[in-house]
Design a protein around this ligand. Structure first.
Ligand code: GAL
Length: 394
């Protein structure tokens, strides 16, 4: 695609782009009727992975790195509102609703960046990624967690942000941002690992065998014990007993942590485990099927796709057993040019899970596409195959 810079957009220092060939980006929105099935009356009747996906207003859905909550008969999709030429948050988290998962209504901005308060952690120009919303049955509140990077600090803050609302579509009120599990040891770090004296400064170079051993022994967990553990790519998972977990890339993206939340879902209980220390996993997505927990992640190559990985466990605390790349077929070594964000259990059909992934477009972030594919099972392992077009009952 060819993009022509047009003019400076009013939001921050954004530039607006016009796309010379379709899709068309106007005022930071993308429109094109081209991908709608020819015979349709503007209604989708199938998924079209990787294509433009228009909402009820004819705009490409702007909910990247997203997740879905099913509530009172409708699906609600929350995701990063991206702009054309920056991935920084100039708007916030957007919400869409749907009854059939194909056709989505724009429900507006669920969480807005702070336009006037430059001291707020979610001030305009911060980075808000991978938002997920869960419902707390006891408090009747909707709770949003997201990866937060502070304005002007690149990806060094590595925090989680928490916001709540009494209504599903928002507006969500920002509660706090933090690094999880300050002062707490992971349950699966041994007494001797907790006492090791090595510090990151003892190593001149990363990636040496000695350094990797030290990582596995919790070098960065010890470094960050007092401040809380780093938290970047993330998801949330609510189990059948209503316990909720925050799953995030920690330790400089080297190790996944799974941390239990308190009953109100607003704090950490201090119980957490490290998964695949030094395994360099990002983009975690977790689901449960017939009593087993499955985790799908990616490797760490920024916006570029890589091969997905999967793992299975009988308890959320592990042990987690790696079971390989769940994708099969052409481009499966690049997750069909996408990166996982969420796995949606389709309500009413306990055997249908949708693998939701992002096909990022760092040249024009707003034009990032969504790759949704069904998860099948073969030999008790998740299997994801490419489909150009598919329906829930296929
Ligand atoms: C990816 C990550 C995205 C975003 C990106 C920035 O690896 O999954 O959510 O953080 O890096 O380069």
């Amino acid at each position: 695609m060819i993009f022509n810079p047009l003019e400076t957009h009013q939001e921050g220092t954004e530039k607006t782009y016009e796309v010379v060939v379709r899709p068309i980006v106007v005022e930071n929105r993308i429109t094109s009727k081209k991908t709608l099935p020819d015979s349709s009356d503007s209604k989708y009747e199938a998924f079209h992975p990787g294509e433009l996906w228009l909402d009820d207003q004819g705009q490409h859905i702007n909910a990247h790195g997203g997740g879905i909550l099913f509530y009172e008969g409708k699906y609600y999709w929350f995701g990063e509102h991206k702009s054309a030429n920056t991935s920084r948050a100039l708007v916030g988290v957007r919400c869409y609703s749907s009854k059939d998962l194909y056709n989505w209504k724009n429900e507006g901005i669920a969480l807005s960046v702070e336009k006037n308060d430059t001291l707020s952690p979610i001030t305009l120009g911060c980075t808000i990624e991978r938002p997920k919303v869960i419902f707390n049955k006891k408090t009747k509140k909707f709770i949003m967690y997201f990866h937060l990077e502070l304005k002007g600090q690149g990806y060094s803050a590595a925090q989680v942000g928490i916001a709540t609302s009494n209504t599903i579509t928002g507006p969500y009120a920002f509660v706090k941002s933090l690094r999880p599990n300050k002062g707490e040891w992971p349950m699966n770090m041994t007494e001797s690992q907790r006492k090791f004296k090595a510090t990151p400064e003892d190593f001149d170079k990363w990636w040496t065998p000695e350094w990797m051993l030290a990582i596995k022994d919790g070098l960065f967990v010890r470094r960050d014990l007092k401040t809380g553990q780093m938290s970047r790519d993330m998801t949330l998972f609510v189990d059948e007993d209503d316990k909720a977990y925050h799953i995030y890339s920690s330790e400089e993206n080297l190790t996944i942590h799974i941390a239990e939340l308190t009953d109100d879902y607003l704090n950490y209980t201090g119980k957490y485990v490290r998964i695949f220390p030094g395994g360099h996993n990002e983009a975690p997505a977790l689901f449960k099927k017939e009593g087993k927990y499955y985790l799908i992640t990616s490797g760490c190559t920024g916006w570029n796709p890589n091969a997905a990985r999967s793992a299975v466990a009988s308890s959320v605390w592990g042990p987690w057993v790696p079971i390989g790349n769940p994708c099969r077929g052409e481009k499966s070594e690049f997750t069909f040019e996408s990166q996982s964000t969420y796995i949606l259990p389709v309500f009413g059909d306990e055997s249908t899970f949708i693998f939701m992934a992002d096909r990022w477009n760092p040249k024009c972030h707003i034009d990032g596409r969504y790759v949704w594919l069904s998860i099948n099972f073969e030999n008790s392992k998740p299997l994801i195959e490419w489909k150009k077009e598919w329906k829930l009952k296929d």
